[in-house]
Write a protein that binds this ligand. Structure first.
Ligand SMILES: [Fe+2]
Length: 300
């Protein structure tokens, strides 16, 4: 019976990764694979890349690997190289250093398990590392992604929310996030697959770790002081295990303001992390066009 652990979305959170390494050691899987986003959205990307390399674990390349490499090579819009709203990305790209950056450059977009070749790992979907399969993805869309791969077990990350979708011919699993979960559970999360004669069993694991160490990394590394609004919003994501950064950017766009630190307080007044994405989008539309105003949706 082959057992494979898959973890993803570590996001520069070294204490969370170390807790998962310890938990994986207690589970003794036959193979461990990483679903990308080792870096970005957090302060210790270089150390995370080193730790994963030391463990000998293979990884795919997530969108945040691409993102920070683009900053390192200055393959971004020229004003992003100086604008304050991109300060966190510049800081994280610089923090990586040459060795980690060249490791990330070499990562593939997709991986097959060596011991369980029926299992394929991608970051987002088989066609893109920047689109995700989440609770909002329709069954038809999941089937459409699944139909583009030959293997019966498709494993992904990216949305930071664990998910298991059984299909007539196989299985699609999102393993959730190690470093920055968005399912209101602050613990580090990953999945264990057991490939048996009767099919594949999935166990979602949640590992408690010392979040105060991660908060301290934000401060001592300089990420919080250099990262502007982005670093502050990522800290909220860690604390509440819910998305803040992307909603903030969308809110700023709807209001026609730049996503700067001075706007974070007003955003917090507006934003409810438990509101559905659909309800939040409706309220953003009202901001853009007040004539379309609808009553504020009540929370369940
Ligand atoms: Fe991610």
């Amino acid at each position: 019976m082959i057992r494979v652990a898959v973890l993803a979305d570590i996001h520069g959170n070294l204490p969370a990764l170390e807790a998962v390494i310890e938990d994986i050691a207690s589970q003794q899987p036959d193979e461990v694979l990483v679903g990308g986003d080792l870096v970005g959205r957090g302060p210790c990307g270089k150390d995370v890349v080193q730790r994963v390399t030391d463990m000998g674990w293979r990884s795919v390349r997530g969108n945040h690997e691409d993102y920070l490499l683009a900053f390192r090579h200055q393959r971004v819009r020229s004003h992003w190289l100086t604008a304050p709203e991109w300060a966190a990305a510049r800081w994280m790209a610089g923090e990586l250093g040459e060795v980690a950056a060249s490791t990330l450059e070499g990562l593939p977009l997709t991986l097959l398990s060596e011991l369980a070749p029926e299992l394929r790992v991608v970051h987002g979907t088989p066609r893109s590392n920047s689109e995700g399969i989440g609770p909002w993805t329709s069954h038809e869309q999941v089937e459409a992604h699944f139909s583009t791969v030959a293997e019966p077990v498709l494993v992904c990350g990216h949305t930071h929310r664990p998910l298991e979708c059984r299909l007539p011919d196989g299985l699609v699993v999102n393993v959730g996030a190690v470093g920055l979960p968005f399912n209101r559970d602050r613990r580090a999360q990953y999945a264990l697959f057991q490939m048996g004669h009767d099919g594949v069993e999935v166990e979602f694991r949640q590992v408690a770790y010392d979040l105060d160490r991660t908060f301290s990394d934000y401060e001592t590394s300089g990420f919080l002081s250099h990262g502007g609004a982005t670093a502050r919003l990522l800290l909220m994501e860690l604390e509440l295990a819910a998305p803040f950064l992307v909603p903030f950017i969308e809110w700023a766009r709807a209001r026609g303001v730049r996503p700067l630190e001075s706007e974070v307080g007003a955003f917090r007044e507006f934003y409810d992390p438990d509101e559905s994405f659909r309800a939040f989008s409706c309220r953003l539309k009202e901001l853009e066009d007040p004539s379309q105003s609808l009553p504020k949706p009540s929370r369940p």
